[in-house]
Design a protein around this ligand. Structure first.
Ligand code: ADP
Ligand code: MG
Length: 686
């Protein structure tokens, strides 16, 4: 083991480094040397040879071994980007796309957005004819196929983090396999941290009967190559909780404090589930520092989740100051997508936010759910990168052995398939059940999706995209219900307003919230609250923000998240451009909110709910599946409980909560979707 790797030698802060050769003189290890120390470096020639000679190469290697940052650079060095061709590297997560692109551009000593660029939804940091290596989300690559079905500009496509089995990764794998038949010269690299490489190889192995003569003609092996990068992780000592933990946020905070008190130097990585509990943990730790300084002095507490401002994201990668201990409190993005140097202690709460879909009730939920044993092992592994480490699991060994599943279920088997179906249809793939999936989605979910798309007017009787609505919806990179709402608004003359609402719905939250400020922020919200509900409230906030001259002070005063509002402005501009491109009319309805509400209903009629007549606790039932739901406390309609509402999405904790809720007149439902609500008609009359 190189002793220089002992957690002391770090890269200078991300922004201070502009060229790869200038760093060696400052007491840091040169970038070149760091690159050569990564486990993947020994395999450089082997990887290049396999990619040269095989249509598909599967590379398995532990997190931190250098797959994401190094392999694309090797490809450039070997000439795969020559002659104006592009190399793509996909990631399931937006935050990972930005972070690795920024890292690789530093390593190469180039400006981000020039030779090395990235594209995520609503953000394209690439330059035509200059960018040779592009990091992008798997979802964005799928969208690129709509304009260029064979992805002709790419010479090599590396599908990274394949073990995550995100819904877009799975669709992408199926489509890439098809593309390979038409473009035998295209090279695929499937990279992952765990994966049973064999099943992935089986998927890419051509069926016996259908030989692939084209590949053989150009001298390429069709049998996928598998390469396993030997890591050099250190031992990690595992500690289980002795008894089940009731409040995992509190338990995580106590564990961090006790590690800090008892253990030697080394940074701590805590796995929580999302912004809410991460903010809560950060708050508790900060509170402890103020009241009880001696335990927690020297701690530098950093949250990590997508939706965090860029500058804050980058802090987690910056070196720890001498005498300080960094505590990174993260979602499962730090499980395999991002490598943080210097972590010696991992606190694993055993949970993550996962998507679940029930085709019977047609309800999709983001749920805090137990992780799999495979994930737990990955998380523990993060403690052993620089030296032997320790992992504290906040669940019992009995639970780990008997109640956690061995591996997670691919996302496609626990998601609503509406977006997936539209994308495949837009690419001309009609037999969706017969599509070559790495893992087949359930037929029930597929039928539900077809039904919803039919009632939204996106598919016709032959299950083909309707013209123009279906094709227009496919062009808008948003949830089809939101896209449908935008298209309806063009007809109703309120697209300016609806595009604002769509932009707000696509950022995480425009409100500042958190323990300790809840009362003040609720009061601030009342200044904007509209009787119609959250959607119209958003319009009021947007208007206020505009009138203030887009002032950050105004945001601060009103508990509005300035960073989120800036994002809303950006997304709004992009949506306007898309709307114009697909021929929608941009128009404002001024103050006729009835039109706005009808447009929202045109997209979200399937999410209609009625207040239970005898309910004293605000219980609603969905019209669709009679599921019990409640207005989320963050909604301006919380405790108002109007009789008829529609919601944008559901979250479930102890109950199912509707987020972003709007009042409706039930007769609009029949107007918006006569077919959909025909059967429930008697229901609608009282
Ligand atoms: P893999 O994809 O195999 O998990 P990566 O290529 O992401 O590995 O990481 C290789 C190494 O590059 C890491 O061990 C880390 O030292 C370094 N690294 C990656 N991203 C960053 C970053 N944003 N800042 C600093 N170092 C980084
Ligand atoms: Mg990686």
């Amino acid at each position: 083991v190189d002793d220089e790797e002992g957690g002391v030698l770090f890269l200078p802060g991300s922004n201070s480094l502009s060229s790869s050769s200038s760093s060696s003189g400052y007491g840091y290890v040169s970038i070149e040397k760091q690159r050569q120390r990564l486990p993947v470096y020994k395999y450089r020639n082997a990887i290049l040879y396999l990619v040269e000679t095989h249509a598909t190469t599967i590379i398995v290697g532990e997190t931190g071994s250098g797959k994401t940052t190094q392999i694309p650079q090797y490809l450039i060095e070997a000439g795969w980007a020559a002659g104006g061709r592009l190399i793509a590297c996909t990631q399931p997560r937006r935050l990972a796309v930005q972070a690795v692109a920024s890292r690789v551009s530093q390593e190469m000593g180039v400006q981000l957005g020039e030779q090395v660029g990235y594209t995520i939804r609503f953000e394209d940091v690439t330059k035509q004819d200059v960018t040779a290596l592009k990091f992008l989300t798997d979802g964005v690559l799928l969208r690129e196929m709509m304009a260029d079905p064979l992805l002709t500009k790419y010479s090599v496509i590396m599908v990274d983090e394949a073990h995550e089995r995100s819904i877009s990764t799975d669709i992408l794998l199926g489509l890439l396999k098809k593309i390979q038949r038409r473009r035998p010269e295209l090279r695929l690299i499937i990279a992952s941290a765990t994966i049973e490489a064999k099943s992935m190889a089986d998927f890419f192995r051509p069926r016996k009967k259908r030989r692939e003569p084209k590949n053989e003609e150009i001298g390429l092996k069709v049998e996928p190559a598998i390469l396993s990068v030997e890591g050099r992780g250190f031992n990690v000592q595992i500690n289980f909780a002795e008894e089940p933990v009731h409040d995992y946020v509190q338990a995580a905070v106590s564990t961090v404090l006790s590690i800090h008190e008892r253990e030697s130097t080394g940074d701590i990585l805590v796995f929580l589930t999302g912004q809410d509990d991460i903010d809560a943990a950060v708050h508790l730790l900060n509170e402890d520092m103020q009241t009880n300084g001696k335990h927690s002095s020297g701690l530098v507490i950093l949250p990590l989740y997508s939706g965090l401002p860029r500058a804050e994201q980058e802090l987690v990668f910056s070196p720890t100051l001498r005498g300080k201990r960094k505590v990174v409190i993260s979602t499962n993005i730090a499980e395999t997508s991002l490598t943080l140097e210097g972590i010696v202690y991992v606190v694993d709460t055993g949970f993550s936010k996962q998507r679940f879909y029930n085709p019977i009730s047609d309800i999709e939920n983001l749920v805090v759910a137990p992780i799999s044993r495979a994930s737990a092992r990955q998380r523990a592994g993060r403690a052993g990168r620089v030296r032997p480490g320790k992992c504290y699991r906040l669940y019992t060994e009995e639970y780990f052995l008997n109640h956690m599943s061995n591996e997670g279920t691919p996302e496609i088997q626990r998601s609503n398939l509406v977006s997936c179906v539209i994308q495949l249809k837009a690419l001309g793939i009609d037999n969706i059940l017969g599509f070559d999936w790495p893992a087949s989605p359930s037929p029930e979910a597929m039928i539900r999706a077809l039904e919803v798309l039919y009632s939204l007017g996106i598919l016709d009787d032959d299950a083909k995209l309707t013209s123009p609505t279906g094709f227009q919806v496919a062009e808008i990179p948003l949830d089809p219900m939101i896209s449908k709402m935008i298209i309806a608004s063009s007809q109703l003359g309120c697209s300016e307003e609806i595009i604002t609402i769509a932009a707000v719905l696509s950022v995480q939250s425009i409100w500042i919230s958190g323990r300790g400020i809840q009362k003040d922020s609720d009061e601030a919200k009342l200044r904007f609250a509209a009787a119609e509900g959250d959607h119209v409230t958003f319009l009021n906030v947007y208007k206020g923000f505009h009138q203030s001259g887009k002032s950050s002070q105004w945001c601060h005063k009103n508990y509005v998240n300035y960073h989120a509002m800036k994002k809303v402005l950006e997304v709004r501009e992009q949506l306007k451009r898309i709307a114009q491109r697909i021929g929608l009319v941009l128009k404002s309805c001024e103050s006729d909110m009835q039109m706005v509400k009808k447009a929202v209903t045109a997209g979200f009629f399937a999410n209609a709910c009625r207040l239970e007549a005898y309910s004293h606790n605000g219980m609603y039932k969905t019209l669709r599946g009679s599921e019990e739901v409640y207005v989320h406390p963050s909604s301006v309609l919380f405790r108002v409980n109007p009789k008829w509402v529609i919601y944008n999405s559901l979250v479930s904790t102890d109950r199912q909560y509707m987020r972003n809720v709007m009042t409706i007149d039930p007769s609009w439902l029949l107007e918006a979707a006569p077919h959909f609500y025909k059967l429930q008609q008697p229901n609608l009359l009282h």
